[in-house]
Design a protein around this ligand. Sequence first.
Ligand SMILES: *Cc1c(COP(=O)(O)O)cnc(C)c1O
Length: 397
Amino acid sequence: MLKKPIYFDHAATTPLAKEALEKMMPYFTDMAGNPNSQHIFGREAMSAVDNARDTIASIINCKPNELYFTSGGTESDNWAFRGAAHALKNKGRHLIISPIEHAAMISTAKALEKEGFEISFMKVDGEGFVDLGHLKSIVRKDTVFVGCMLANNEVGTIEPIKEIAEIAHANGAICFTDAVQAAGVLDIDVKALGVDMMSMSSHKIYGPKGVGALYIRNGLNIESIITGGHQERMKRGGTTNVPGVVGFAEAFRIAAAEREENAKYVASLRDRFIERVLAEVPFVKLNGPADGDRRLPANADFSFRFIEGESILFSLDLAGIAVSSGSACSSGSLEPSHVLLALGVPEGLAHGSIRFSFGKHNTFEEVDYAVGVIKEAVERLRNMSPLFKAESEVKNV
Ligand SMILES: *Cc1c(COP(=O)(O)O)cnc(C)c1O
């Protein structure tokens, strides 16, 4: 039996690293100054924020003054997309994103459309990869913004951002990437990627929740969306979340130092899991890339035919296994995931999808236990499904 529940939902959030928590603690109490205050407490806080900025800037290979702290990935995505659209609207009002972006981008696209901007979506193939030829065919003279995530949060597809940025730049547009899922896993050197803006979030890389960052290349002026005081070089108002920023930087430092080792270990958990599920569970489809090197090491996403994703999720939860149906953001709604639909997964299968996302604290024992639970749950749920009975009788003839 299980001693404690198993967490396979690291793409939704990760537990805070103990080292990061320790670094944060003094900034809640003894060193709780406002970084903008003109006294010793303020200077202490500002120096902590400066150090955090230096740490993250050196990991992503930018200048510290190109990095802006925000409240998280959602705000960074909103700021990059809306801020660029507004700042560049006299140059053009055509914006391009992928159809598999996070809700933070998709919802912003809808809002910008209402403001009179025109949004086009680049095509993705059955594994979620952007079709570069299609992108080339839809960029226009009035295209000012091309945005695509570095890695997808639901099916783990790692996108060819460098090539996407080249196409954007060749056509006079800027390129933005959402690196929230890629940070701590892939090398996210902004110069090597060639992007003009990049989003990051702390709580997906073992840092605290409610803090993130946006890289904005020097020379690129985008509009502010949070107007206020002089913080973040007058670009983003609001008193800096000092403990949050300190914890974010420490988590990022650890993630960068352990990046290759962790990615290798987590990928080995994923590969064992995928191999066993495909071999031992009938009527199952792996969503996203088949090639493990082009898929996030932590991600496995399956569609189980004849069953609703929610039913499997509840069965796994009862057995102490925490997973996500679709993405955590769209679950709770009855709509199938926009990501799976964009990949061409039929609606029936899209409804039966479950995302497993592994982390550095997971073990092979947990993976094997989960496979056993899935086999049992899937068989039981299918035996209750009239659709499955009808289909399997046909198959048996
Ligand atoms: C989680 C996530 C976000 C949102 O980040 P928050 O810090 O939770 O607001 C944005 N994009 C992707 C790809 C994500 O996985």
